[in-house]
Design a protein around this ligand. Structure first.
Ligand code: UGA
Length: 459
């Protein structure tokens, strides 16, 4: 029997909605709050505003069992909650630092809602948004300010940090079967509350259809607030740098005639290195790595430290986009008037997210050089067309390939691995060229169909 908790989640985006739906799946009473009325109305109808495999089913299941509700009223949710997660976005500001205005506004509102209310237990305010080190104290300060404005400075609450490590495209799996849960707190009672709340995940004792259960016990890492906040930045910056590292190695592989896929395999089997996040290609994008690496660089500079390794990681990543153009120019020479097809527009497969997607920059660079760019994506075509008017979006991959001088696989959606390569070759201008931006295809298959194959670091 799990302990009963009433949970509020502020922000119904990727992190908030997944957190809310997963906690409701564990059997808790959860209310997801968002100030966006359209989004909440959508959710109340059982529809999710984002594309994330399995999320809609989980949301509907939670709502059907009466465990998951949606609201636009933060103060009401604060009153009824034992634990309140803040999961609003912290976008990149103009100077690279994280913009905390949404987090700040929520903190003030929490303070205001708490003021003058008698509570049996302090409200545990859990910061899940990615925030600079020291933000826990900042959130406390704003809660106090909000409470003072509401006429009562003495309110019962605790602020803890609980960074999120889920990946888009596998958000539910990552939430229910995490590698670890990190909790930063300054008080024992808040820590105990969070330990009890996460008990079903730590012990892996919850009902799930997602078998096989891959973990015995999930490590629960407890630390201070600042270290928890830093763990999030350090983890994302390390992963981004790991990718930039293999991309640098891939470039050197091309020069010396080695194959980076074999190199990554041989390196990755060393447990100290690990096999994951060693796929070379056009580099990292998305809503997290670019923003978090920029924020960590900005934090370092605030303290007069030059983060040379992080700077280099970003430089390598920028080069990767341009290397697509260089590879096309090697075969096609001038790109003016050439028709180029981009397959996959989202920043990675199984999401409809186009934030910092390499496709947008590559399309822009091609457009600058006078190429005619056609794009296809299994889910985000319409969104991409709105973002980049110069990109001609079509809704069938073969349509994009008709008359194309070259095709670039930008995102490794599964369906591109199943393309009929003979048909691809017959539709394209001769000689057809394929730039595999994710090393997703087997070069032998591509060449057998009479298409020139250009991967990243593949000899
Ligand atoms: C990332 C982290 O992996 C999560 O742990 C974290 O919670 C999340 O950011 C966040 O901070 O919210 P996500 O942005 O969803 O998750 O995507 P990833 O799967 O990490 O991929 C990021 C980028 O790296 C993608 O553009 C992907 O194509 C690229 N990538 C990944 C590579 O180029 N090579 C690889 O080997 C792996």
């Amino acid at each position: 029997m799990i302990e009963e908790f009433n949970i509020g989640v502020v922000g119904a985006g990727y992190v908030g909605l997944t957190t809310g739906a997963c906690l409701a799946h564990l059997g808790y009473q959860v209310t997801c709050v968002d100030r966006d009325e359209v989004r909440i109305a959508f959710l109340k109808e059982g529809r999710t505003p984002i594309y994330e495999p399995g999320l809609e089913e989980l949301v509907r299941g939670g709502a059907r069992r009466g465990c998951l509700r949606f609201s636009t009223e933060l103060s009401k949710t604060v009153h009824g909650a034992d634990v309140l997660f803040i999961a609003v976005d912290t976008p990149q500001g103009n100077d690279g630092s994280a913009d905390l205005s949404s987090v700040g506004a929520v903190a003030r509102e929490i303070g205001d809602a708490l003021s003058g209310i008698e509570r049996l237990r302090p409200l545990v305010v859990v910061n899940k948004s990615t925030v600079p080190v020291g933000s826990g104290d900042y959130v406390s300060m704003l809660i106090e300010e909000g409470a003072a404005e509401g006429g009562n400075g003495t309110i019962a609450y605790r602020v803890v940090s609980n960074p999120e490590f889920l990946r888009e495209g596998s958000a539910i799996y990552d939430s229910l079967f995490p590698d670890r849960i990190v909790l930063g707190a300054d008080t024992r009672d808040a820590l105990d509350t969070m330990r009890a709340l996460y008990e079903p995940i730590i012990e892996q004792t919850f009902p799930t259809q997602l078998d096989p259960r891959p973990k015995d016990v999930v490590p629960f890492v407890t630390t201070d607030l600042a270290s928890a906040e830093m763990i999030k930045y350090a983890a994302n910056a390390f992963l981004a740098t790991k990718i930039s590292f293999i991309n640098e190695v891939a470039t050197i592989c091309e020069l010396v005639g080695a194959d980076v896929t074999s190199v990554a395999h041989g390196m990755g089997l060393d447990e100290r290195i690990g096999r994951r996040f060693l796929s070379a290609g056009i580099g990292w994008g998305g809503s997290c790595f670019p923003k978090d690496v920029a924020a960590l660089r900005s934090i370092a500079r605030e303290y007069d430290h030059e983060p040379v390794l992080l700077d280099a990681s970003v430089t390598v990543n920028e080069h990767q986009r341009r290397r697509v153009i260089a590879k096309l120019q090697r075969d096609l020479h001038t790109l003016k008037g050439k028709r180029i097809a981009l397959l996959g527009l989202t920043f990675k497969p199984n999401t409809d997210d186009l934030r910092e997607a390499p496709s947008l920059e590559i399309a822009h660079l091609l457009d600058q050089r006078g190429a005619r760019v056609f794009g296809y994506d299994p889910v985000a075509g319409k969104k991409a067309a709105e973002l980049l008017p110069s990109l001609r979006v079509v809704f069938d991959p073969y349509e994009a390939l008709k008359g194309a001088h070259a095709v670039v696989v930008v995102t490794e959606w599964d369906e591109f691995r199943e393309l009929d390569l003979n048909r691809v070759a017959s539709l394209m201008e001769k000689p057809p060229v394929l730039v595999d931006g994710r090393n997703a295809l087997d070069p032998r298959d591509v060449k057998a169909a009479g298409i020139r194959y250009r991967g990243f670091g593949r000899g």
